[in-house]
Design a protein around this ligand. Sequence first.
Ligand SMILES: Cc1cc2nc3c(=O)[nH]c(=O)nc-3n(C[C@H](O)[C@H](O)[C@H](O)COP(=O)(O)OP(=O)(O)OC[C@H]3O[C@@H](n4cnc5c(N)ncnc54)[C@H](O)[C@@H]3O)c2cc1C
Length: 816
Amino acid sequence: MAQEFPTQAQVVIIGGGIIGCSVAYHLTKLGWTDVVLLEQGQLSGGTTWHAAGLVGQLRSHANMTSLIKYSTQLYSELEAETGLATGWKNCGSVSVARTADRMTVLKRTAASARAQGVAIEVISPKEAQDLWPVMAIDDLVGAVWLPGDGKANPTDLTQSLAKGARNRGARIVERVRVTGISTKNGAVTGVETDRGAIAAQIVVNCAGQWARKVGQMCGVSVSLHSAEHMYIVTGKIDGVHPDLPVMRDPDGYIYFKEEVGGLVMGGFEPEAKPWGMTGIPDDFEFALLPDDWDQFEILMQNALERVPQLATSEVKKFYNGPESFTPDNNFILGEAPELKNFYVGAGFNSMGIASAGGAGRALAEWIVNGAATMDLWPVDIRRFANFNNNPRWLHDRVKETLGLHYAMPWPNRELDTARPFRRSPLYDRLAAKRACFGSKMGWERANWFAAADETPVTAYSFGRQNWHEAVRREMEATRTAAGVFDQTSFAKLLVQGRDAAAALNRICAAEIDVEIGRSVYTGLLNERGGYESDLTVMRLAVDRFLLVTGSAQAVHDADWIRKNIAADAHVTLTDVTSAYAVLALMGPKSRDILARLTSADLSNEGFPFATIREIDIGYATAYANRMTYVGELGWELIVPTEFAVGVYEALHEAGRDFGLLDCGYYALEALRLEKGYRAWSRELTPDITPYEAGLAFAVALDKPGGFIGQEALVAAKAKGVPTRRIVQFTVDDASPMLWGGELILSDGKPIGEVRSAAYGHTLGRSVALGLIEHASGVDKDFLTGSRFEVELAGERFAVTACLSAAYDAKGLRVKA
Ligand SMILES: Cc1cc2nc3c(=O)[nH]c(=O)nc-3n(C[C@H](O)[C@H](O)[C@H](O)COP(=O)(O)OP(=O)(O)OC[C@H]3O[C@@H](n4cnc5c(N)ncnc54)[C@H](O)[C@@H]3O)c2cc1C
């Protein structure tokens, strides 16, 4: 009997690729069975069908690894549930290193894999060859072996997920194209299709490389662009058998897997070929692009070096299929900030098969719970703004992102393409002063300043880099004289209205209903008591607050705040990021410098810590907020954009004989770490509470009216000493460089990982903040009674846990 076309559903999913089917599978598993999935062609006919099917677990972020770990578990069990085979084979994978630096990466990876419970072994080239006999190993330095990795058949997997969803009541309708999204009062109400309208409470855009276009139907930015992605399939090769592991040779940009006694060989070339600039054809179904041997040449050459037998084997098929890539090589997940109840799961950067299980579950949980159930910031849709959806910018950026899979993941690696993108009014001046720029949320930001005899270009390595001395100079200036930091990239949100104080007080964990002119550092917590953000709330008037938050958090924080303001409250939120530059003047001489430019009283009595005033600075009138991120006297000057250059010039004029120096973000990072200051998305995440972060002082637990996360914090407090905690460590040996991500051990056993690290020149050693876990509590006795080490590329170094900030403990702090 022909299926009746549905006219309503609780959830409509657009797209029957592996992601849409996984979302349907997991929604129904969570008990939401009134689900309709619409596919314009046939299931898996978009990008999914021609994927190579590699499933590698390791990712740079622990939660991303855990999503794929879950995928491997699901894929191994799915056939038993649905009766449909998935082609899952737990064949393991080998990754080889051609250089010492790559081997360092593999060893670092091995340490973090172990911390995440992923089985991994560091092996020799010979051992790698024993596992993968068809490769040449003369040029190899070493390898790692991941026995839990595998491969699957993407089409079979998709059908199996779809069957699981259908078995629990989902309706899957093929040959239906969504042509519009209906909305009312800022929320989605359903979809229009070429077969009629369907009313829905929730719509999920899983339209793969069409997802950007589907987003445009309702004003939602889905920042992705297609690029051509290629592999070949060879005829039979001696020594290749069905149980052969997957093999990755990232220095050659290539991977291999067995297929019918031959090899699939593909890769991620350093400069990709964007595709689909004039739109993706709707009928691009089970379709491929023309072979492009010129583009493939770099991969082929490297593959011939690794597998000499390829020279004589037949190429049976060339697959060139488009896949969508995002500006940062991470996929896009979550509820769109522009439209309530409209969710996105797209832009899988050639990791969709590996990610589908975990990503589908995470998105389904997000939908059912109305909020993410774990820290998903690396893939959160709110890390992009509408300007990231500019087609020319995306086109130029994806040329680079495809290659990132196998590019050297240097610890502070910057992307080079499609820059400069966003520029502060001081950009040219800082460039003239030999700034080496990095990029955050598209902003060009000075990382460090080169001296006349230095080149302002970062030379990457895992040891000390070429800016080590520059950062020493900048840190010293800030600790002993003053530094000026262009922090214009800070996101700024203006929250106004009769109910602003009440609404914000419910959203912030600290008391923000303070007198006018006070600045309050606070967390924005979720119901689990974890950090959705940390920011400064400045009260400008009874009904007006300026919020200054991290550069990457404008869209995220605005969305979080808007969602948590009652519909009938008299509050408006405006992103005023572009209206203000921020110049942070920090260091013991900052008062003397500023005093030359203003008539304002800058004394401790006249301008105490954590207060904001509107003051005159030279010819400009600007806000000055007495707060710094480095633990020294200082002010953040929040200056109307058009006055930024004037204030900057005036500061230098006034500061010259005090030793004022331009300073960059590398110095800022090291300065804040010496002081033990936490940063959002590293030490502060949606999975970490203020007690675990050591920031109980910034919580008003008993404030009248309560706040989001209060219940969870009360419960956490009642439990006593936290079993997980952010702790500062310094490395006993002055020479090693820590970068973040390193394994922390206590009495030889893994207990956590470094979240942020830098070389602290004031301390004369690397300093880090790490998250550690200990079942009977992380308290003073544990920290003083244990022997801690960090593992750096296989070598262990003793570290000292610091109970108060190492910088303060050493008595180095210069008092205001
Ligand atoms: C050559 C190649 C090799 C790859 N190898 C691997 C690998 O080894 N491992 C790995 O993990 N990943 C790999 N990938 C990536 C993987 O294939 C993708 O990440 C994944 O298939 C994306 O799935 P999806 O569901 O998001 O997209 P799709 O499979 O494209 O599904 C989206 C669906 O939405 C439908 N749709 C779009 N618009 C509408 C509309 N308006 N109405 C109704 N339906 C609509 C489309 O028809 C399409 O079927 C590879 C990709 C390529 C190109």
